[in-house]
Design a protein around this ligand. Sequence first.
Ligand SMILES: [Zn+2]
Ligand SMILES: [Zn+2]
Length: 354
Amino acid sequence: MAQVTDHRGGVRSLSVPIPDNPLGHTLVYVVDTDRGPVLIDTGWDDPESWDTLTDGLTACGTSVTEIHGVVITHHHPDHHGLSGRVREASGAWIAMHAADTAVVRRTREAPAERWFAYMAAKLAAAGAPEEHIAPLRAAPPRALPGLSPALPDRDIVPGELLALPGRRLRAIWTPGHTPGHVCLHLEETHPARLPGHGRLFSGDHLLPGITPHIGLYEDPDDNRGALCSSETESSGEVTDPLGDYLDSLERVGRLAPAEVLPAHQHPFPDAAARVRELLTHHESRLTGLLALLAEPLTPWQLAERMEWNRPWDRIPYGSRNIAVSEAESHLRRLVKLGRAEAVTGSDPVTYVAV
Ligand SMILES: [Zn+2]
Ligand SMILES: [Zn+2]
């Protein structure tokens, strides 16, 4: 049975399951417009999730065939997974920020082997042990999920109102979790007249009880490998996703919405307080990492020593890759702030506090 919540003022949410994932559900929002309902995110591409989505829309008094448009907060498969099926069923447009559309395009074009080769090279550069990399060098065991995501047909332009007849929904670019993540600000009086400015669909950017993953912006065309050392830096700017994320957090805090409608967990009122909590969390994490970097460490060694939700030797394979990417995004921030640097001549490259 679809779980439907009425948030009033022409906004409802459907709790769409994510199979085999501790996150549990994606909250797909249904926003009424003069041209028909518009979805914010769609959910994981799985038969049960699809049934939940379509049943939920029926329970809302509409149907998947009536969907006018699909607005995607970011390209991850728990948000964008079902967009293609919704478009097929309804003829709806799909809108996404250009930076995430570029990721979708790369994902569709790069063969799986190329992704595995990219991952293997990246892990080797991060100092991962050979036994961790070996499975990637062997033939890919199975296709990765979400390798053929739908190509959006509209750009979400930062700062602009989306073309939703009868509604005021403004795109706020919040890079960090992904390069093209957006929050969507519903610039309308809160239906319960809570103090603040409208409501904010926050995607994965601002969640009540989870710190979103901030890794590197994965890109198989990015062969800069090492983080910031001058001898490996090629043309183009080295990205700083954690720096982007912290800036985006402050931007969203300044909007002061009356209520946040996130893509997981549950709605909550005080965006500014949650932003402060997350800024403090990252600040103390960076301070903790600087203490670990009293001795030179590779990103892998740093990840092994960082605090996770369980001991390193009990972290499963895939999560270790995510953890290393998270360690790298923190290292990049510290290097950019001038608080850590690459050790000259180290291979794989190690980093030390300065
Ligand atoms: Zn995400
Ligand atoms: Zn998510």
